[in-house]
Design a protein around this ligand. Structure first.
Ligand code: UDX
Length: 445
């Protein structure tokens, strides 16, 4: 167990509440501050503004150690101040740091030495700029540490409490040591480094994960052309200890609140310094194309999509969350609508609202697939594992399943009477579907 300290958290969003809740779980006193009055009131009433597994329990269990406030002066008497505000992309693709700067404007003046800890994902060089700004304001009793988060939605509490590593970049050793001590009790390698390198570790780790996804998606596309199965290929590749099995699931591209924005921010960061990050640019482009490939697959089987009924099953960017930020389902729906298709959409938790204008939301999978010309699995929800039933087949106008997540077993699905196509897997002969006319061969002479 860590020696109990008092921790201030700027930002009662997803990162801030997970960070605050987990530090309280480690035995610290936590004060979370946000500028939104309704959010603070909701938290006082025990309501969370989003869904995250295990977080309600953690906050409830440590209720006596967590306070929520609007007033930054309540954070004056803390040992560490964590910045956990959003850094969305600007029009140019750079990270928008205005929330970070306004949190810094609100920093309380403390009597004793405090450490300012950056959890938000920021461009490399931010620490240096913040340090200069703080010195300019005479806040010399405030250390600065970069301590990026590596939390994935749906497993954030587990990721925080069982980290692969804790990255701590500091200008002064004593500040790094103070932050390291806050994590006492967690078993993980600690990477103590300089601030710029810590900032880069976060961006590079994300970029590498995205590179793996775009890489396996391209391998999948080649598999389709040559008759191999990417699921088998990924299994064989992933057993190489130098490569490992993670992030090798081919599909319809990555989405979410982090990957798309962080890859753009790193690409822009490099460009702003005069470097063209070719590989990352390709990773981003491959991901954009991957989202659209499902449309081509549908056209291959159905011809023109005008008037065709397409069921999109799963809307969240991944299973286990209601988050639709940068979800491939959004691109898919608008491409299908632009082709003149009728789109019916189902998700167990995500509610797209205006984001999916023109699509009809269905309450159940059965409603979505009724009379449909095709069902597309967009999110790997467990509920969809049992999709290939006789009931579903009989209710569809054409029994065609495009499996954007390779969730179903191809042989079983075909045996159940469906035409099935996954991503990067050999496709079925589609006997039941109309044949595309072959070009007439010219007989010369
Ligand atoms: C990610 C990182 O994992 C996390 O460390 C970082 O802090 C924030 O971004 P998250 O966006 O919550 O977390 O989701 P993650 O589970 O990493 O998946 C990201 C996207 O990649 C999803 O759209 C997912 O479907 C896709 N993905 C993931 C694949 O397409 N294939 C894979 O093999 C893995």
């Amino acid at each position: 167990m860590a020696e109990s300290r008092t921790i201030g958290v700027f930002g009662a969003g997803w990162v801030g509440l997970v960070t605050g809740g987990c530090f309280a779980e480690l035995g610290h006193e936590v004060i979370v501050r946000d500028v939104m009055q309704d959010r603070i009131e909701a938290l006082h009433a025990g309501q969370l503004p989003f869904h995250e597994a295990n977080l309600p329990e953690v906050l409830e269990r440590n209720r006596d150690r967590i306070r929520y406030t609007l007033d930054p002066h309540d954070l004056a008497d803390t040992d560490a101040l964590f910045i956990c505000v959003q850094t969305p992309p600007t029009y140019s693709g750079d990270a928008d740091l205005s929330f970070v700067w306004s949190a810094l404007d609100d920093l309380p003046r403390a009597e004793r030495r405090q450490v300012l800890v950056m959890k938000s994902t920021v461009p490399v060089g931010t620490g240096e700029k913040v340090r200069a700004a703080l010195e300019g304001r005479g806040l010399t009793n405030l250390g600065y540490v970069s301590n990026p988060e590596f939390l994935a939605e749906g497993s954030a509490v587990r990721d925080f409490l069982n980290p692969d590593r804790i990255v701590i970049g500091a200008f002064a050793d004593e500040d790094g040591a103070a932050v390291e001590a806050l994590y006492g009790g967690l078993e993980a390698p600690v990477v103590r480094t300089d601030v710029a390198s810590a900032e880069m570790i976060k961006l590079a780790a994300n970029a590498f994960l995205m590179t793996r996804i775009s890489f396996i998606n391209e391998i999948a596309n080649v598999c389709e052309a040559v008759g191999a199965d990417v699921v088998e290929v990924a299994r064989g590749v992933g057993l190489d200890h130098r490569l490992g099995p993670h992030f090798l699931r081919a599909g319809i591209g990555y989405g979410g609140s982090c990957f798309p924005k962080d890859s753009l921010a790193l690409k822009q960061l490099a460009s702003n310094s005069g470097y063209h990050f070719q590989l990352l640019a390709a990773v981003i482009e491959v991901n954009e194309l991957q989202k659209r490939r499902v449309v081509q697959k549908l056209q291959k089987h159905l011809g023109k999509l005008r008037g065709k009924k397409i069921a999109l099953l799963g809307l969240a960017f991944k299973a286990g969350t209601d988050d639709m930020r940068e979800a491939p389902s959004l691109v898919l729906a608008s491409r299908l609508l632009a082709e003149g298709a009728e789109v019916r959409a189902w998700d167990p938790v995500a509610r797209p609202g205006e984001l999916m204008k023109g699509a009809v939301l269905s309450d159940s999978v059965a409603d979505a697939v009724r009379d449909a010309d095709a069902a597309v699995i967009v999110t790997e929800w467990d509920e969809l594992r049992g999709l290939a039933t006789q009931e579903v087949r009989d209710s569809m106008a054409r029994p065609l399943i495009i499996d954007g997540r390779n969730l179903l077993d191809p042989a079983e699905t075909r045996a159940a009477g469906f035409a099935y196509e996954g991503i990067g897997r050999p496709s079925s002969p589609f006997e039941s579907l109309p044949e595309t006319a072959e070009p007439e061969t010219k007989v010369s002479g």
